[in-house]
Design a protein around this ligand. Structure first.
Ligand SMILES: Cc1cc2nc3c(=O)[nH]c(=O)nc-3n(C[C@H](O)[C@H](O)[C@H](O)COP(=O)(O)OP(=O)(O)OC[C@H]3O[C@@H](n4cnc5c(N)ncnc54)[C@H](O)[C@@H]3O)c2cc1C
Length: 606
């Protein structure tokens, strides 16, 4: 099993040298709380929690899984104790308002924390992650009374939360939601229906679970315009903050899953459970979309988490495992063979994982700064500011979620490949990472849905290509600044070509889609992946530029650290960025070859 070690040197390079988080915090209304000593304490504390509490129960949690007994769900051995430690450390409240007992720190620190926690143990991290979704909903749409009732316990972590959207007939198309909410004379609602696949829907970690539920009012319009949001507590809260009687929302079963087996995925039955409307009637889906961005970035983190853990497992193995001789001559002459890290193809596997983990981390940290600015808009009650940053983040979100989780899954697979046949057996823990990574491209919007969101909603319909023109405009400014640095000329030239091509492809697809409506769907996955490679290239080029600068004038790290960054950037540009060209070629093909076959001819045997 990989022994997780928090990548604090990389984290500090990004926070201090690349993105200057202290300067960024200074622009936020709550930024003064995040002085460098506090940030350092958080990083060290998170690393300690991850390395010593969460990582040790990662493999055992997978082996044992969650238990279901007549509606009661028990998490694997050690999870309750680890969760108690998490609560006692005040980790849940890191970025939530002080008014409710939190520490009021910027949201980006929560993302930094959740990447480390998720890498150490993704299953565990699901529980507080879902609570965050629930808290964000209540904070933004709840009444003062709802906030006062639920936030303090959720912020503390003694209560946890869920997001109940999916039903048996629909996960993507939430317009089909059937769960109904019947109004009562006292202003509450009775909720009836079944939700499936609800992460953290039932468990033994917290004393109460607060469900955020999508349901329909009796006279609601059909489809997405008739869905409302409700708070449904597992136990009714009493005025003194303790829990009262059990609400009739029960767990019918938990799923037996391929991965994240220590995370309980519940079927929940609402049999007239008391619910409280949150936000406006019939506007529930709009409300959900508001923090879709932050939730999706939270899942994008899973991509880098699995790339990082897989890399941490495969790197030491590649240095120890001996096989044949290097093509360029013996490297370990005293040994029976050379270590496999001397073979170029094994280096391809390792460097791909490294490029994805570190490149993805840079992308996420940048997006985290945008998320901070968006949250600051909410804190200041400045809706225009909130919308401006939410819009900006909206372009990054499907790319981060779709591309990084696909690349994280590939990286997890490559880590297993480094181990050869030993990767496929349980003992080394590499196959668990692949199984755990698999869900990331499915939930919180499949890759297909992220791709449609990007090309259809954000690029074509939403902005007629402006979001790409704006983003590539920023890249071109960067290229302009780098053109005079001889070391950076190659990166700048490749990026300039990508910018021109990205805009041309966007325009071509816009024109094609006018005649062939299926093109938006047929091109979307290639467009998403192309955009991901282009975006990651920009972040790798920025890291290379910073590393050249710090090699020259001296930085906080050793020269070897910056050299490795530059070399990984070179690997990315030479070996991974060319994949974008395959996507470019495929995306502009008409949809005919996908759409022409008659459905009855897909098979002649069944
Ligand atoms: C372990 C786990 C945890 C989960 N946690 C939660 C949770 O906490 N809360 C919650 O509410 N849900 C949760 N889910 C549900 C998850 O979000 C959904 O499974 C996911 O959104 C996909 O929905 P679906 O399974 O109904 O697939 P479908 O919507 O049926 O999609 C099937 C396939 O069709 C494609 N597709 C669908 N529509 C289109 C279209 N218009 N164009 C192109 N392709 C399309 C999809 O991309 C997919 O490949 C969880 C699921 C799992 C497995």
């Amino acid at each position: 099993m990989p022994t997780y070690k928090a990548p604090l040197r990389d984290v500090r390079f990004l926070m201090n040298e690349m993105f200057d988080f202290q300067a960024h915090f200074a622009t936020l209304s709550n930024g003064a709380l995040a002085d460098s000593d506090t940030v350092d304490m958080i990083l060290e504390g998170t690393a300690d929690l991850c390395e010593n509490v969460l990582a040790p129960i990662y493999q055992s949690g997978d082996e044992e899984g969650c238990h279901f007994d007549n509606g009661v769900v028990t998490t694997p051995k050690g999870y309750k104790a680890a969760y108690d430690q998490f609560v006692q450390g005040g980790w849940q409240g890191l970025s939530y308002p002080e008014q409710y007992g939190g520490q009021g720190l910027p949201m980006s620190l929560n993302l930094v924390k959740s990447e480390m926690m998720g890498t150490a143990n993704w299953s565990f991290t699901m529980y507080p992650g879902l609570s965050s979704g629930c808290m964000n909903t209540i904070l933004q749409y709840g009444t003062e009374e709802q906030k006062d009732t639920y936030m303090p316990k959720l912020v503390e972590g003694t209560w946890s939360g869920t997001m109940c959207l999916t039903e048996p007939q629909c996960g993507t198309d939430l317009g089909q939601v059937k769960t109904r909410a019947e109004p009562e004379a006292d202003g509450t609602y009775k909720i009836f229906g079944t939700k499936i696949f609800i992460s953290a829907g039932e468990h033994d970690l917290a004393e109460n679970i607060i469900h955020i539920v999508l349901a329909r009012l009796p006279d609601a319009p059909k489809g997405t315009k008739g869905i409302s949001l409700f708070i449904v507590p597992k136990f009714m809260p009493k005025a003194d903050g303790t829990i009262g009687e059990r609400n009739p929302v029960t767990c019918g079963s938990i799923e037996h899953k391929m991965g994240i087996r220590a995370s309980a995925t519940a079927v929940l039955n609402f049999d007239g459970a008391v619910g409280y409307l949150i936000g406006e009637p019939n506007k529930g889906l709009n409300a959900m979309f508001t923090f879709m961005n932050t939730a999706r970035i939270g899942t994008a983190v899973q991509g880098i988490a699995h790339a990082e853990l897989s890399y941490q497992g495969s790197l030491p193995y590649a240095k120890e495992r001996m096989s044949m001789r290097a093509l360029s001559g013996k490297k370990d002459p005293d040994k029976v063979a050379d270590a496999i890290i001397h073979h170029a193809d094994v280096r391809r596997l390792l460097l791909t994982q490294k490029a994805v983990a570190e490149g993805g981390r840079a992308m996420i940290y940048y997006a985290a700064q945008l998320a901070d600015k968006m949250t600051d808009g909410i804190l200041k009650g400045d809706h225009a500011e909130y919308e401006y940053w939410d819009d900006k983040l909206g372009f990054y979100t499907p790319i981060l979620k779709g591309f990084l989780t696909e690349m994280g899954l590939e990286s997890a697979n490559l880590g297993m490949q480094v181990f050869g046949g030993h990767g496929y057996i349980k003992e080394h823990g590499m196959e668990q990472i692949v199984r755990d990574a698999r869900i990331s491209t499915l939930y919180e919007g499949t890759t297909g849905i992220q791709a449609l969101d990007l090309l259809g909603r954000k690029v074509l319909l939403g902005s007629r290509g402006k979001v790409v023109r704006d983003f590539t405009g920023d890249i071109l400014k960067f290229c302009g600044r780098q053109a005079s640095h001889k070391n950076m000329r190659g990166f700048a030239w490749d990026l300039t070509k990508i910018c021109a091509q990205w805009n041309t492809l966007t325009l071509r697809l816009m024109l094609m889609a006018r005649k062939d409506r299926d093109v938006v769907s047929s091109a979307s996955n290639d467009y998403l992946m192309y955009s991901g490679y282009a975006m990651m290239a920009y972040f790798w080029a920025q890291m290379a530029a910073k590393s050249f600068e710090l090699l020259d004038k001296g930085g906080k790290e050793q020269p070897e650290f910056y050299q490795a960054k530059i070399q990984t950037a070179e690997f990315f540009f030479e070996r991974l960025l060319p994949r974008a060209q395959g996507h470019a070629e495929a995306m502009i093909k008409p949809s005919k070859s996908l759409m022409q076959m008659d459905i009855s001819n897909f098979s002649f045997d069944y």
